[in-house]
Unconditional design. Structure first.
Length: 252
């Protein structure tokens, strides 16, 4: 998308029906073309009268909310966060038949969560714990460890110093047409379409940022919402887990 104002709604990186049968086509139309589009329009409306903010990238706008003018702060948190969160969410999914593995992220998940099964169980519990609307995120903390965190509404983890690896939208508009109010079923569906290749690239970039800034500052968000770099020794896959996302260790 545009690096700064005026922002645009980028097209999906796949067809609207590409995530079937897990995420239905109608939901993808409404979610991307209506919900995300509204966030883009509202953000641009706010920034139209704020020339001092118009050259800032999206991560720069939302990573330090306290630095924003008070009269537009909450609007930028809501709509800027809505744009940022949704682009990460949409870019973080792919057709379940075309998913690739995660050569750097996979061993880090096993290191920090103990096993893939425990990682998915923790992620699901966190996503279910969101009261009302929000997101559940896999993030890299400034100390280089992976964590699962939640945010409410359109708040973003980068405002708390985390670097995003992947994120799940748990607003009901993400799943209501297919799953009604059954968030647990939607979470299982989402695990089937996570783009682990993109998550791996984001993880590498987060690690690279931490290594470059370890002496002076915590990890910073990526302006590109997805990019590469960094390698780790592979960890043997747990033999017993065959649930959603169990192919995370399988490289193309």
């Amino acid at each position: 998308m545009n690096e700064h104002y005026p922002f645009v709604n980028p097209p999906l990186p796949y067809a609207y029906d590409a995530l079937e049968p897990y995420i239905d086509t109608q939901t993808m139309y409404l979610h991307h073309d209506r919900h995300l589009q509204r966030y883009v329009v509202e953000l641009n409306t706010i920034l139209r009268d704020q020339p001092e903010l118009q050259n800032l990238s999206l991560p720069e706008l939302i990573s330090d909310p306290e630095s924003l003018p008070e009269d537009v702060r909450q609007g930028i948190i809501n709509y800027g966060g809505g744009v940022y969160n949704h682009i990460l969410y949409f870019n973080g999914m792919t057709n379940s038949q075309t998913r690739a593995g995660a050569e750097a992220l996979y061993p880090a998940i096993v290191r920090d969560f103990g096993s893939l099964e425990e990682f998915f169980n923790q992620y699901k519990r966190k996503a279910l714990s969101v009261f009302g609307s929000g997101f559940a995120w896999l993030v890299l903390a400034p100390d280089g460890t992976l964590e699962i965190v939640t945010t409410r509404n359109q708040d973003t983890p980068i405002a708390d110093g985390f670097c995003v690896v992947t994120g799940m939208d748990v607003w009901e508009h993400a799943y209501y047409l297919k799953r009604f109010n059954d968030r647990a079923a939607y979470i299982e569906d989402w695990f089937h379409v996570v783009n682990w290749e993109v998550a791996d690239e984001l993880y590498k970039q987060c690690m690279n940022n931490i290594e470059n800034q370890r002496e002076t500052a915590p990890a910073q968000p990526s302006d590109t919402l997805g990019a590469p770099t960094a390698e780790q020794e592979p960890v043997p896959a747990p033999e017993t887990y065959t649930g959603p996302g169990s192919g995370l260790d399988e490289l193309p």
